[in-house]
Design a protein around this ligand. Structure first.
Ligand SMILES: Nc1ncnc2c1ncn2[C@@H]1O[C@H](COP(=O)(O)OP(=O)(O)OP(=O)(O)O)[C@@H](O)[C@H]1O
Length: 307
């Protein structure tokens, strides 16, 4: 379990992480989502004891990372910037890590098998493809058989096969009861991999919920109605916070009311409905809605106005 309590990090006058409080539980994959520059890597560095918080605290399995007697056995991490001696073989790279941390030699063969690198174990790491390098990084993270795994953007640059491999592996590790915390700015990927989400924007935690809740929260606000008497119904759907848009004749998108409320109003006025359904947002849309206002840089609209 990872627990961040009001953790902040300032670099000079820049606040990278601003009072973040969240909990990452065991037995699930938790996605750490946020736009570029939101503070994901900084938060992960603080969890790993690579950066000290300016204020607040963050613990892994109840203790600050550095206070664990054998941190590699508690937490395995795949960080974006990896340092691997390119002249070494995968086997020797892992063996060096194992020997310096008191991990038995046989575990090296085990993790090589787990990540599918047994056949290339004695090749030079310098000749590895990006995908193979990523598998080696995961092998190193698994070396201490840790209860907690932290992966910073693990699918960056991987091909579809590599992405599927990471996804399957993370799901399996969570099913074994481990805590799996994985950062990404790819919402579509998180929708397939994660059970829970911690969403960060401009250094602040803006959501901590299940993937389903995040989608439902964004979806609940729009109801699509099809009726032959659209103009009449539209005139009835007025009030504070209610907005009705239309994209084709006979079709209304109602913002600010639930399906039941729209159905009741139509029923009271004897307006027949051919379709009435909440519009399901994609995780992508839910994310955009959540982080709107938290984006560092906004893309101008085609008219050149701020979005
Ligand atoms: N060592 C540092 N010195 C100064 N500013 C930093 C440092 N590290 C990060 N920052 C700033 O802190 C903010 C958060 O950066 P961070 O790398 O944590 O974001 P991120 O969410 O991981 O982004 P990305 O998805 O682009 O990797 C950014 O504005 C960044 O410029």
């Amino acid at each position: 379990m990872i627990e961040a309590r009001a953790v902040s990090k300032r670099y000079g006058r820049r606040t990278a992480v601003d009072g973040a409080t969240f909990t990452v539980r065991s037995g699930a994959v938790t996605g750490f989502l946020g736009p570029n520059g939101a503070g994901k890597s900084t938060t992960i560095r603080m969890i790993m004891g690579l950066d000290a918080p300016t204020s607040g605290s963050v613990t892994v399995n109840g203790k600050a990372y550095a206070r664990h007697a054998a941190p590699l056995r508690e937490v395995g991490a795949l960080l974006e910037a990896r340092s691997v001696h390119t002249g070494r073989s995968a086997y020797h790279h892992l063996l060096a890590l194992a020997l310096t941390t008191g991990i038995p030699r046989r575990r090296v063969d085990e993790v090589l098998g787990l990540v599918g690198l047994t056949d290339v174990a004695h090749q030079r790491v310098g000749a590895f493809s990006l995908g193979m390098g990523q598998r080696l990084g995961v092998a190193a993270a698994l070396l201490g058989d840790p209860a907690t795994l932290i992966l910073d953007e693990p699918v960056n640059g991987l091909d579809p096969q590599g992405i599927l491999w990471i996804r399957t592996l993370l799901r399996r590790l969570a099913a074994e009861g481990r805590t799996v915390f994985v950062s990404s700015h790819l919402m579509s990927e998180m929708a397939l991999t994660a059970d829970h989400l911690v969403v960060i924007g401009k250094g602040r935690i803006i959501a901590e919920a299940s993937v389903r809740e995040v989608i439902d929260r964004a979806s609940a606000k729009v109801v699509r109605v099809r009726t032959p008497r659209a103009a009449e119904l539209r005139a009835l759907l007025t009030g504070p916070g209610i907005d009705v848009t239309t994209t084709e004749p006979g079709l209304l998108d109602v913002h600010g009311l639930g399906s039941a409320e729209v159905g009741l109003i139509a029923c009271r006025h004897g307006i027949p409905l051919e379709e009435l359904a909440p519009v399901q947002a994609s995780l992508e849309e839910a994310f955009m809605e959540l982080t709107d206002g938290a984006l560092e840089y906004r893309v101008p609209t085609p008219e050149g106005l701020p979005a």
